[in-house]
Design a protein. Structure first.
Length: 235
């Protein structure tokens, strides 16, 4: 019978089942979801949804997945494993990867492409891999950017302020962030410097209070700032 040829014994993976469904779809001229239901019924399930909700499908989530080291960006295999319960092509790929004992735990895109090609993966699986890799790379890039934004640069600079006789302030930045110290700023109203300090998220209230107290009493004061905070100052 035609169905017996189409439903040749294969490992019960989402990818292999979909390949069978694709062949059945072409042979009978039916829709993909109808072919999926017919294929999975050969394995004792009511329909495709029944299989996805079954213990056989969910058992994939119990497979050992690569452990992610805290503080480090995940590998592609680790990132993919997090999508194992998604009802999508990406979820299908994650499930098949979890079942595949030889799935690479590390490598570049070509590593995974070669693995799929060696095992005769369907075109849909290879296409999903390419798209998944692009999404993964974007995720790692966002993760790195977020980490940079949240972590202050520990290199410090020094802001020195001079209180002039007319009540204005001149300020100067110095430190290893500069090849040579910038010149003193033009005289500015104290409120301007206060606004700049208040807008700087790395300067604490205690630092600011001590700075202003010293400036008023000695007419000169210094405050130490993280290097990346210089972008808040125009002196």
């Amino acid at each position: 019978m035609q169905s017996e040829q189409l439903f040749a014994v294969q490992p019960l993976t989402v990818d292999s089942l979909k390949r069978q469904a694709t062949r059945l779809k072409k042979a009978r001229g039916i829709r993909q979801h109808e072919a999926l239901d017919l294929v999975i019924q050969e394995h004792g399930y009511v329909n495709w949804r029944h299989f996805l909700n079954s213990s056989a499908s969910k058992a994939v989530t119990e497979a050992t997945v690569p452990q992610h080291t805290a503080g480090e960006p995940p590998t592609f295999a680790q990132w993919l494993a997090k999508h194992i319960n998604r009802d999508s092509p990406l979820g299908d790929l994650a499930q098949d990867a979890a079942r595949d004992k030889g799935w690479p735990t590390e490598g570049n895109l070509e590593t995974y492409r070669s693995h799929l090609s060696f095992h005769g993966a369907a075109f849909e699986a290879r296409r999903t891999l390419n798209q998944a890799w692009k999404t993964y790379q974007a995720y790692v890039k966002r993760l790195a950017g977020s980490k940079r934004d949240k972590t202050p640069d520990k290199t410090v600079i020094k802001l020195t302020a001079h209180l002039l006789e007319n009540g204005m302030i001149q300020a100067q930045l110095s430190g290893d962030a500069f090849v040579s110290p910038p010149p003193l700023s033009r005289p500015q109203h104290p409120d301007m410097l206060s606004l700049q300090l208040n807008n700087n998220v790395w300067v604490t209230d205690t630092q600011k209070e001590a700075f202003w107290k010293e400036l008023l009493s000695k007419r000169i004061a210094e405050i130490i700032l993280p290097r990346n905070s210089t972008k808040f100052f125009t002196v």
